[in-house]
Design a binder for this molecule. Structure first.
Ligand code: NAI
Length: 348
């Protein structure tokens, strides 16, 4: 049972490491697709996040087991929840989605089928578009104010699908809908650190554009720390970042796509959203969002996160000639993926 605002305020006596200016408020995070390859490790990582007081795990099957398992972990929620509800609850099937979603601050969506070798993210469209549409209908009804973190692929189309569904329900707020591209950033940092001989923990690389193939555009010219890498190395790093998902799909040989690194990236991104909601200043992450920094209606770039979700969509900064070319050549593919998502909602 969710507690009243008064009870909530009374229990906000938490002092979180690195966030000591204010008590951390209660935050409910819901994962739709929580029993899947990404969903399970993501559930684990969100249970470890001290900013999460209530974790709601929804799927079409198997979530009671995941919730029971993760619920035994003695992190934050054991402090103030009852003896038989450890801050984690599993919900199964459409009849339980209302309760799963109600009161959510952040809804993370990794529901849907992943790629197999030889498939592009766009090959997932037929199945995942329908799943995302029905889940977003439920979000529109039961948690219209939540920040949505869209992981389901193809992100370049599922984010526009979500926007259209939210619009048709009269609850669209572009500040609250975010496509998760953090894994591209995570990969770009890892690959860059290897070539630049830098400590990976210190590396920063923005990744812009979209989340599929050539639409993934890492901006290594803006990477920190700086390194003097040749054009060939930068080209190889760009390709490896763009093909990072395929590298994992092929290595898993039919057993799915990136799940563990994606769970890590999803947890990192949700944590940034929670920090923003809690008023931590200067939280900046890359995400695929409604945008006017190019002529495309959705685009991934750095965004500043705050109490209402996206506070500011940041510009691209200076691009090298190579990146400028990459930007021009990704636009038509990204546009057609966006259009495909939008027309799916209006055709259906
Ligand atoms: P998976 O097949 O292991 O898990 C998907 C889960 O979604 C399953 O538990 C399934 O029961 C559930 N599901 C299906 N329909 C549902 C519905 N209507 N409501 C609730 N749950 C439903 O797949 P995996 O590996 O976890 O991948 C999930 C998605 O994430 C895929 O679309 C994949 O392409 C995408 N992905 C996105 C990445 C990104 O960077 N944004 C990276 C890697 C994967």
């Amino acid at each position: 049972l969710r507690r009243s605002a008064k009870e909530k305020a009374a229990s906000s006596r938490w002092w979180i490491r690195g966030f000591s200016a204010e008590a951390a408020p209660e935050r409910k995070v819901t994962i739709l697709g929580a029993a899947g390859g990404i969903g399970q490790p993501l559930s684990l990582l969100m249970k470890l996040n001290p900013l999460v007081s209530s974790l709601s795990l929804y799927d079409i099957a198997a979530t009671p087991g995941v919730a029971a398992d993760v619920g035994h972990i003695n992190t934050r929620s054991e402090n103030f929840l009852s003896a038989d509800d450890f801050g984690v609850k599993g919900y199964v099937g459409e009849e339980q989605i209302k309760e799963a979603l109600e009161g959510s601050d952040v809804v993370i969506i990794p529901a849907g089928v992943p790629r197999k070798p030889g498939m592009t993210r766009d090959d997932l469209f037929t199945i995942n578009a329908g799943i995302v549409k029905s889940l977003i209908e439920a979000v529109a009804k039961f948690s219209p104010k939540a920040l949505i973190n869209m992981i389901s692929n193809p992100v370049n189309s599922t984010v526009p699908i979500a926007a259209e569904v939210l619009k048709s329900n009269g609850v669209y707020d572009e500040k609250r809908l975010l496509g998760v591209t953090t894994l591209d950033v995570v990969r770009a940092k890892t690959f860059y650190a290897g070539k630049a001989n830098a400590n990976v923990a210190d590396v920063k690389v923005p990744v812009v554009g979209g989340h599929a193939g050539i639409t993934i555009l890492p901006l290594f010219s803006q990477a920190n720390p700086k390194a003097n890498l040749s054009h060939d190395v930068l080209h190889a790093l760009t390709k490896r970042t763009q093909d990072g998902g395929t590298e994992v799909v092929e290595a898993k040989a039919g057993k799915g796509s990136a799940t563990l690194s994606m769970a890590y990236a999803g947890a990192l991104f949700a944590d940034a959203c929670l920090k923003g909601l809690n008023g931590v200043p200067d939280v900046v992450e890359c995400a695929f969002v409604q945008s006017n920094i190019t002529e495309l209606p959705f685009f991934a770039s750095k965004v500043r996160l705050g109490k209402n979700g996206i506070e500011e969509v940041l510009g691209l900064g200076d691009l090298s000639d190579y990146e400028q070319q990459g930007l021009e050549s990704l636009k038509s593919e990204l546009k057609s993926s966006i259009d495909k998502g939008i027309s799916f909602v209006h055709k259906a």
